[in-house]
Design a protein around this ligand. Structure first.
Ligand SMILES: *[C@@H]1O[C@H](CO)[C@@H](O)[C@H](O)[C@H]1NC(C)=O
Ligand SMILES: *[C@@H]1O[C@H](CO)[C@@H](O)[C@H](O)[C@H]1NC(C)=O
Ligand SMILES: *[C@@H]1O[C@H](CO)[C@@H](O)[C@H](O)[C@H]1NC(C)=O
Ligand SMILES: *[C@@H]1O[C@H](CO)[C@@H](O)[C@H](O)[C@H]1NC(C)=O
Ligand SMILES: *[C@@H]1O[C@H](CO)[C@@H](O)[C@H](O)[C@H]1NC(C)=O
Ligand SMILES: *[C@@H]1O[C@H](CO)[C@@H](O)[C@H](O)[C@H]1NC(C)=O
Ligand SMILES: *[C@@H]1O[C@H](CO)[C@@H](O)[C@H](O)[C@H]1NC(C)=O
Ligand SMILES: *[C@@H]1O[C@H](CO)[C@@H](O)[C@H](O)[C@H]1NC(C)=O
Ligand SMILES: *[C@@H]1O[C@H](CO)[C@@H](O)[C@H](O)[C@H]1NC(C)=O
Ligand SMILES: *[C@@H]1O[C@H](CO)[C@@H](O)[C@H](O)[C@H]1NC(C)=O
Ligand SMILES: *[C@@H]1O[C@H](CO)[C@@H](O)[C@H](O)[C@H]1NC(C)=O
Length: 475
């Protein structure tokens, strides 16, 4: 299979890179696998497949035999990154003011923080120069040994994508990206793999995310000035956050001279997640109990549900820009290519999913952790490197679509009787029409008067040529 050849190629290239960058090879040896923790780190940890669980229905992601791929649509998040400016500066300050001065003798025997006196450990943010950026094997202190560098995730995605969808990729292919540098870099690494294996000429189209460009954008929320999020702040605020108070007390009590607040304690989850992205392993992750991890994840799902998810009606309007384009691409595809690929940020994917409704029961999410009320797991939908893929294939004389979210088939509600749990195309159009009829149009909801209200870039890129400048700051 093409996969084996492709993945072997990637492994070989990263192994040879190790000697070039002269990395701290000792640091990562025999460190325990932290990937089981990724689903609890609020979308800040490295990529993982949608974790339905071993005893759940695992629908085969292969295109069913006797079916032929016709089209693929992708909306993907950038790969693993450093923290953003505000949380990154807060983390640096926390480290410098509360950890850097703890006495070495105190730390040496400390149950939680003895790693701080391990000479092979290095805090992943020695300064704030890397904030906002994609993590790479060149800037990670563990170099090419960091298996989670955003660069590698983007390349691996490129390999898997090329393997599965090569029949849809021609001699030239436009790839669309927002103008943020980590998003753009991800698109470049992904594209380089398609070019490497198929010799496809990539036409990179960069859409401005800092300028208000209305709906013709991969970040349409930027233009929505009436954004009044989050709604139901009362429900979000009602969540019991005493687990953070208890975490802070537990750590303070065990560490002479440490005086963490509950807010500091919350930042430790980010330290954990982003340090794995940057270095491949983070010893601070070991301080949390399972209950703390679950409540942290739930708290993030809850607040996201009302800020950028289906709990916020305006979000559905913003996301309808993507959903409308999905339907248009099926009905009226550009003739010159069959793979429609956009790279953007997590929230934009969340907005699209709120409109599409794969994770929307129509019920509001409750502030109390309740298993029946947790279908919306934001960080499972948009971890670093997230990708939501719509496949369109033909079987016999009929055409079908289905969504694959982070390597898992997630069936369209009430429309999944086609091959591979897909939705017959006309039924999908009905589903979309029904769903969109209940969502206020983007232009109306966001009071857009003089700007485009829909995505035209998939169709008009050859005449417009989108060439926004790349920026480190995101919108
Ligand atoms: C998934 O489907 C493909 C194509 O039909 C088939 O070759 C493969 O064996 C299936 N995998 C599993 C685990 O059933
Ligand atoms: C980096 O930190 C310095 C203060 O130490 C601050 O003045 C500067 O704005 C920060 N830069 C960024 C990009 O966060
Ligand atoms: C930590 O130590 C450094 C120098 O050793 C000192 O400049 C700084 O003020 C101390 N910070 C705190 C919060 O004690
Ligand atoms: C690869 O593509 C380039 C131009 O896009 C072409 O000149 C070259 O011959 C191609 N190479 C192969 C091996 O097909
Ligand atoms: C504080 O630490 C002491 C021993 O170091 C322990 O006996 C006590 O239970 C701890 N208290 C809390 C609230 O964790
Ligand atoms: C801990 O910090 C709080 C404020 O964050 C302060 O009021 C308190 O005095 C500090 N306690 C110690 C022992 O430093
Ligand atoms: C959906 O997109 C099409 C063109 O792609 C556009 O003509 C139509 O107005 C859009 N619908 C909405 C509600 O924006
Ligand atoms: C497909 O359509 C053709 C022509 O419309 C028809 O002859 C054929 O029987 C159809 N095949 C199936 C499997 O429905
Ligand atoms: C649309 O709204 C109507 C009336 O509120 C409701 O009956 C219907 O189920 C909704 N459809 C969808 C797809 O949400
Ligand atoms: C909508 O935009 C117009 C001008 O573009 C402005 O006058 C009006 O106040 C806005 N309405 C709302 C509800 O924001
Ligand atoms: C599009 O813009 C890029 C960058 O400015 C330029 O290199 C390229 O030639 C342009 N392509 C077309 C078709 O105008």
């Amino acid at each position: 299979m093409l996969t084996q050849i492709l993945l072997a190629g990637l492994a070989a290239s990263s192994a040879s890179a190790a000697s070039i960058y002269g990395t701290k090879s000792s640091y990562l040896t025999e460190k325990k696998d932290q990937s089981p923790m990724f689903p609890f780190l609020a979308g800040a940890a490295p990529y993982f497949s949608y974790p339905l669980g071993d005893n759940y229905y695992k629908i085969n992601t292969s295109i069913p035999e006797t079916c032929t791929l016709k089209q693929v649509q992708v909306l993907a998040r950038h790969g693993e990154r450093y923290p953003g400016t505000s949380e990154g500066n807060e983390l640096i300050e926390l480290f410098n003011t509360k950890f850097a001065n703890l006495s070495k003798s105190e730390l040496a025997n400390n149950e939680y923080f003895d790693f701080l006196v391990d000479p092979t450990y290095q805090f992943f943010l020695p300064n704030n120069a890397s904030l906002e950026l994609l993590t790479t094997t060149k800037d990670s202190f563990t170099g090419a040994l960091n298996p989670y560098a955003g660069e590698l995730t983007a390349m691996k995605f490129g390999e898997e994508f090329t393997d599965k969808y090569n029949s849809l990729i021609g001699d030239t292919l436009p790839i669309f990206t927002s103008s943020n540098s980590r998003v753009y870099e991800t698109a470049k690494y992904f594209s380089s793999i398609i070019n490497k294996y198929l010799n496809t000429t990539i036409n990179m189209q960069v859409l401005n995310e800092l300028k208000k460009t209305g709906g013709n954008s991969l970040t349409p929320s930027e233009t929505c000035d009436v954004w009044d999020f989050p709604v139901h702040q009362d429900i979000v605020d009602a969540m019991d956050t005493s687990y953070l108070d208890n975490l802070a007390s537990r750590l303070n009590n065990a560490t002479k001279g440490l005086n963490l607040t509950s807010k500091d304690a919350e930042l430790l989850f980010d330290w954990c997640a982003y340090e794995i992205d940057a270095s491949g392993y983070s010893p601070i992750c070991n301080i949390f109990t399972q209950e703390e991890l679950i409540l942290h994840a739930f708290g993030d799902d809850l607040s996201s549900f009302y800020s950028d998810g289906p709990g916020n009606p305006l979000v559905k309007s913003v996301g309808s820009v993507f959903f409308n384009a999905t339907v248009e691409l099926l009905k009226n595809p550009p003739k010159e290519y069959n793979a429609y690929i956009g790279f953007t940020h997590d929230v934009n994917i969340q907005h699209m999913m709120a409109a599409v409704g794969l994770f929307d029961t129509g019920k509001l999410m409750d502030s109390k952790f309740d298993y029946r009320n947790t279908i919306y797991k934001k960080s499972w939908i948009t971890p670093m490197g997230a990708r939501v893929i719509l496949e369109n294939y033909e079987c016999g004389n009929s055409s079908y679509v289905r969504y694959v979210v982070n390597d898992e088939v997630v069936p369209v509600p009430n429309c999944n009787e086609g091959p591979g749990f897909s939705c017959e195309l006309d039924n999908f159009y009905k589903y979309a029409e029904d769903r969109l009829s209940n969502i206020t149009a983007f232009g109306t909801a966001c009071n857009i008067t003089n700007l485009p209200t829909y995505q035209s870039f998939y169709w008009d890129y050859q005449t417009v040529n989108y060439t926004a400048p790349i920026e480190v700051q995101s919108y």
